[in-house]
Write a protein that binds this ligand. Structure first.
Ligand SMILES: [Zn+2]
Length: 386
């Protein structure tokens, strides 16, 4: 069967609907006012993060645009805002056998060990700088080492480790171990036990890591410089971050995260550990989910690590190719400012924020932004579905 013919044979009337339900019902008119009511502090820090393992695609860029648009509207409401971009440079390097099995244990070499993150980090910084200029919101870039090399972070980490039996079962359902690892210090090795399977936690706050080639090496949790070498699996920094944010006396943090992390993931891997007993927070997490950008099948545009090289070949050479990378966007005639305008519209009219967008509909919105037209000109009236 020719699937392209089948897909193209489906026609629609071009009318986008905004049925109101759940978040889009309760926050449809005023998300910024709700957030300001939750935040007593004048200083707000907006967290965003990404693994710089590919050129930023439309999903990444829309997430960043949404964060700055939220920041601009919070500043208009009287807050002082900074967008903080966390570089998840401890993620695996796709080109270096991202994940390899040795004696039944999975090892990785991180982006920061291979320095593969540098290739794409420049593009992320360019995008941040441009959105900062457009929005008037300041930004900062933080690497994992900077986050871990603080005494407060290490205090929280030691607390997590002391509850590792309970938290390992919650945060790593397949292994039961908490996902702390570190690259083997031997030059040109860099292997790290991704699941923390063979770690030993010593009484003196040392973690003994194991390299399958070079044996054991220790990192002290009392030494911020050593601890800067730690690498954490996604649910771990998520929990650690929320502990840091929830106890930060200087600012209130709002996280802007892609909507693929909403729902079951966050409920089980963040809210459950926070509610599990010994973890206490003064300020509960405040998370705004940015709309997912979906391909033809309804799945999010994915990072290069998880897709075949031939993925999205149906977009190559079409006028939607720019969705796949920042380089292609720059060559398309559409700009970051057009994307920002769409993101601003989502925050300004939040009933349009609590939903996903197909690449086809997003293209219509971006084209309208470029033509200085009203966004979503073909919208139907909204209906209460909730
Ligand atoms: Zn080694």
């Amino acid at each position: 069967m020719d699937h392209s013919v089948l897909a193209n044979s489906i026609r629609h009337n071009g009318i986008g609907h905004h049925p109101l339900g759940a978040g889009s019902y309760y926050f449809k008119d005023n998300l910024v006012g709700w957030l300001c009511d939750r935040v007593g502090e004048a200083q707000i820090r907006i967290f965003i993060g990404a693994q710089p393992n590919s050129s930023p695609h439309m999903g990444n860029i829309c997430n960043i645009a949404t964060a700055f648009a939220l920041g601009q509207q919070l500043q208009t409401a009287g807050k002082v805002v900074c967008v903080c971009f966390d570089v998840v440079d401890t993620a695996p390097t796709p080109e270096l056998d991202g994940n390899q099995q040795i004696d039944g244990v999975t090892y990785q070499r991180s982006l920061r060990w291979s320095q593969a993150d540098q290739v794409h980090l420049g593009q992320f910084k360019e995008i941040l700088a441009e959105f900062s200029r457009t929005s008037g919101v300041a930004f900062a870039v933080r690497k994992q080492a900077e986050i871990l090399a603080s005494t407060v972070a290490l205090e929280h980490l030691r607390n997590i480790i002391s509850h590792r039996a309970q938290l390992g079962a919650l945060l790593s359902p397949t292994t039961g171990h908490i996902g702390i690892h570190a690259a083997c210090p031997v030059d040109a090795c860099g292997l790290s036990d991704k699941g923390g399977i063979r770690n030993r936690y010593l009484e003196n706050d040392n973690i003994l890591f194991h390299c399958p080639v070079h044996g054991d090496f220790a990192i002290s949790l009392r030494d911020p410089q050593q601890a800067a070498r730690l690498e954490l699996n996604t649910p771990m920094p998520n929990l650690l971050r929320n502990l840091l944010f929830g106890t930060d006396p200087a600012a209130h943090w709002i996280q802007v995260i892609g909507a693929d992390y909403a729902g079951f993931y966050q409920e089980q891997l963040l809210w459950r550990p926070i509610g599990a007993g010994d973890i206490r927070l003064e300020k509960l997490p405040l998370i705004v989910y940015s709309p997912q950008i979906l391909d033809w099948s309804g799945v999010k545009l994915s990072k290069s690590l998880y897709v075949e090289p031939s993925a999205y070949s149906y977009l190559r050479g079409t006028n939607l190719e720019y969705m796949l990378s920042y380089e292609l966007l720059r060559a398309s005639g559409l700009t970051l400012e057009h994307i920002y305008r769409v993101g601003y519209h989502w925050i300004d009219q939040p009933r349009k924020l609590f939903r996903a967008y197909s690449i086809y509909h997003l293209h219509d919105l971006l084209t309208a932004a470029k033509d200085n037209a009203k966004l979503s000109p073909l919208e139907d009236t909204e209906k209460n579905d909730g």
